[in-house]
Design a protein around this ligand. Sequence first.
Ligand SMILES: Cc1cc2nc3c(=O)[nH]c(=O)nc-3n(C[C@H](O)[C@H](O)[C@H](O)COP(=O)(O)O)c2cc1C
Ligand code: SF4
Length: 441
Amino acid sequence: MEKLISKYFVPGKTFSLAEFEQDGGYQAARAVFDKFPDPKALVEEVKKSNLRGLGGAGFPAGMKWSLVPQNTGKPVYLVVNADEGEPGTFKDKYILRHVPHLLLEGIIIAAYANNVHKAYIYIRGEYTHPYDMLQKAVKEAYDKGYLGKQIFGREFALDVVVHRGAGAYICGEETGLLESLEGKKGFPRLKPPFPAVVGLFGCPTVINNVETLSYLPYILNRGAEWFAKLGSEKNGGLRLFSVSGHVQKPGVYELPLGVSLREIIYTHAGGIRGDRKLKAVVPGGLSAAIFRADEIDVGMDFDQLRAKNTMAGSAGVIVMDETTCIVKALYVTMRFYGHESCGQCSPCREGTGWVSKILRRVAEGRGRTGDVNNLLDICSFMGGTTICALADGAAMPLRSYIEKFREEFEYYVKHGKSMVDGTALETQTLHDTSHMSHVGS
Ligand SMILES: Cc1cc2nc3c(=O)[nH]c(=O)nc-3n(C[C@H](O)[C@H](O)[C@H](O)COP(=O)(O)O)c2cc1C
Ligand code: SF4
């Protein structure tokens, strides 16, 4: 199977501008001005490619661009989401580390399509090496005249600013990210208005994920129809699946949208470690609903996974074998959301906080009758009523882990220990307030 982006993932190597160009790099960006004298035609081409947003929500990229008003008298900004905070997801890091010029080429194409002259890349703070590689690439591109005043000698200016985050998951949510970029606390904004209309500094703003933009050069070089055909219906192209957990070969695999989950686990990731049995899989990053082992014959695209009440999300595939205690796994998961909730909305702040406290109690063997139903009750108030999708992303694992593995929760409460490994977590002597860190922030 042909590799597009992932052919550059050579261990220990970052492709320089010269090496990237030798491989055909920057051809698409150089040609875009003549190929599409009217940028609107480029937006139509991207629409035809069925390129979906690969950061999580899967919104069609061309469609998003066509919603950006060009007549407001204000500049249009491009913001690149390189925060990559979704647990189980590590594919943007590979692009930034091995082939940052591919992202820059995608940025040039998106900037031309949307009449953008300033782009910001918001990169996860912990990504120190990828940040260094990205900065080096930006400098190389400026030195060569591919960024700056007249890029490729054309009457088109484009500046790129790299901005580092500081370790908050919520700053990956697009409007939290914009707030953070403006120098404020990363509190998500109420929508509408959507960032396409009122975004960075009150101006129309296109926000796309690193991987989404990195596929643009391929669409331009080889055509929208070719790209669309690589994937499944309305889900064009390939995408990078981050596979982690109990598999023989964890890593990043570039495969067509719509590939089966079974094929990812057993063919590409080498099956389950130690020849144990598969127990469960999270298909699209931690916020996706979990599958049991008998549910993996499913096509991994945005629409097929939604039809199964979960989501393709960021394509972080987390594989759990039969030794996994689902109760402890859910506790760790909910502690994360409790810690990362920004605290603006009560259902999210209180819901994630209380759920992680109750799960802690259960995991320590001090569960009470009624705890399991109580968790589901809290869950039903969490989703759908909040400013951003973090709460829905917490409710999905909560409900699905309990509904699909209820007997494990009941057993843990009744016996004070795990049905799987026969142990309970140590009781914490100090009151754990880590998940309430937003209070007073
Ligand atoms: C809590 C939360 C965290 C998110 N974190 C990220 C992230 O780290 N990276 C990302 O690209 N998108 C993330 N998203 C999705 C973004 O809000 C947005 O949909 C995306 O950046 C748009 O780009 P795309 O259309 O190219 O996918 C997150 C969403 C939520 C609700
Ligand atoms: S849903 Fe949670 S994370 Fe999102 S804005 Fe509300 S409190 Fe903050």
